[in-house]
Design a binder for this molecule. Sequence first.
Ligand SMILES: [Zn+2]
Length: 393
Amino acid sequence: MIAFIDTEVNPQTRKVEDYGALREDGALLHSHSKSDFDAFVSECDSVCGHNIIRHDLKYTALRGNPTIIDTLFLSPLLFPKRPYHHLVKDDKLQVDELNNPANDAMKARDLLNDEIASWHQLSPDRQEIYYQLLHNKPEFEGFFKYVGYSSALRPSFLGRILRPQSDWKQLMVKEFVGKVCQHSDLDTLVRQYPIELAYCLAVIGADDIFSITPAWVTRNYPQVVNVMKMLRDTSCGDCDYCLQRLDAHSGLREFFGYDEFRTFDGVPMQQQAVESAIRGESLLTIFPTGGGKTIASMSFALHHAMRNNMDRIIYVIPYTSIIEQNAAIFRDIFGEDNVVEHHSNASFEVREETRRHGNESGDAPEQYRNIRATENWDAPVIVTTAVQFFESL
Ligand SMILES: [Zn+2]
């Protein structure tokens, strides 16, 4: 039998003040008593909750040796696509009642049920890849045990000696062909960063440019950023992915509809700048007026954002007169709603008024949108000055 649990821990005393638990048989517990809680879960061979491995279980010495399932670590893997899962907001469970652990335990049950459903929708190859990467990691092993998954691959005895693990890495190459560099050093990534690799593959496999790795994942597994860079942003110069996705021309066509970069006195300055930026070099380029710096810089930024599953481009330039020109070009290309200009010239006169009274003062919808957007930087492209940028951080 499985029990879903949640605890309220007093941050000062670091002691549990309130226990909530829900059993598979429908019984529900909400109690301050540790012995009530222990008795309630004593018959259970599996225990599940949200963020229990790093939180609740530290304060709750569970008896026996139940299988532990943590819905937190599973959610980026099984809901990698925006809008993700409605019960999860970054690393927290969305609840309708604060400080009610019994209610949170019910939400954990709903989340696990959805995670299991999502697991069964994955292709057998994807299941095998995740299993191979994660089945011996404490954050995940309980889940595989609970859903009863065991490897579909049964290598021959000789195969185990001659080509250990080679089969399932081929699955990875096949599953993500055209989405990652085919010459990525998977051996190293599998050995050193299996969890980070699984999270990156989940986002890449979501096939959605608007999906990004949740902030708590990057905080807890900071190497995710480098793994993503190794998979998608380091050109081998020799595979289909790198030739297409890491090619300055393909971006120019895809984003702006031009076949060729502009040349200046016969020199393809735009192309040279974009290519060195794609290679990850630091660069200083001095463009003459009309050299095409607006498009070149945005072309690089889009490349970089897409390959690294980033959410927003912040375009920082010094002079407000240039900002206005550039922002106008970006609005032409990306549409009015997708570009927010934020600097001293783009001031909105009713700002204070609107902040106090919402939109009841009758601002034009356009004006109100600008006010909200500059407060939250709520658009894919933000064009701003260095001064405003540092003030907004
Ligand atoms: Zn490559």
